[in-house]
Write a protein that binds this ligand. Structure first.
Ligand code: MN
Length: 252
């Protein structure tokens, strides 16, 4: 029976992770190892400067007071005592589309799996007026999990799945959308008359693209994007090669 590790960034008590674990249960032996509290937008952070505690919540469910990346590593070293056959991270409350994947703890959980050579999937669902419908995303995750367990996945690749709220039109293979980041940083005044700042979610100015993850979910499809940890801008290699690449001794 394949071993499936389930993690997330919304925390071990989030509804989304249990919906996911439930739907994956027929496919293998599911173990949940997830942050004890919400770690959204924590990206691929690894905790190096304080100890991590591992709490058993109940059979097959564990909490770590760290990040999704911490959870994957602690799970492999001290819960599963070896690598699982599949890691599924989510179901996140809210989409992880386009450039947002770089902030996402949900995607980072799967990214860590991909770096370790484990087949990995990240799953997120639409936030519609703070309402979530986990069932369609869970079904999509189960379908992809089953396929990946059967066929494997290209090395160092993870699947980023995003589902719209409610019924959908099926899957679409997509690329990451691009958007112009407009992050709003509000200034407020605290009771001691000192300013403080609050980062608000950026407004969406997505570049139109007919194959993008954003377009797919907007059109009512479940988006499946293959991602990998290689951040090399391959199309910029020529630019770098054209820079004055002289030896540092010669500079000045
Ligand atoms: Mn989250």
């Amino acid at each position: 029976m394949p071993r499936i590790l389930v993690t997330n960034d919304d925390g071990v008590h989030s509804e989304g992770i249990h919906a996911l674990a439930q739907v994956l249960a027929p496919l293998g032996e599911v173990t949940i190892v997830a942050p004890i509290k919400e770690a959204s937008a924590i990206g691929h952070a690894l905790t190096l400067w304080h100890p991590l505690r591992l709490d058993r919540v109940r059979d097959g469910v564990f909490a770590v007071d760290g990040t999704p990346t911490d959870c994957v590593n602690v799970a492999i070293a001290h819960v599963l005592h070896g690598k699982p056959d599949l890691i599924v991270s989510g179901i996140n409350k809210g989409w992880n589309l386009g450039d947002d994947v770089t902030y996402s703890g949900t995607v980072a959980g799967a990214l860590e799996g991909a770096l370790l050579g484990i087949a990995s999937i990240a799953v997120s669902t639409q936030n519609r007026n703070k309402e979530f419908d986990f069932a369609p995303a869970a079904r999509a995750a189960a379908t992809m999990a089953e396929a990946v367990l059967e066929r494997g996945i290209p090395k160092f690749t993870l699947l980023n799945i995003n589902a719209p709220y409610g019924p959908n039109k099926g899957f679409k293979a997509t690329v990451q959308a691009r958007r112009n980041h407009i992050t709003v940083v509000s200034e407020r005044i605290d009771p001691r008359n000192r300013p403080y700042y609050w980062i608000e979610e950026g407004q969406d100015h997505w570049e139109p693209h007919d194959r993008s993850d954003y377009q797919a979910v907007r059109d009512g499809y479940v988006s499946v994007t293959p991602l990998h940890p290689d951040m090399t801008a391959h199309e910029a290699m020529e630019f770098v090669e054209g820079l004055p690449l002289v030896s540092p001794v010669e500079v000045r």
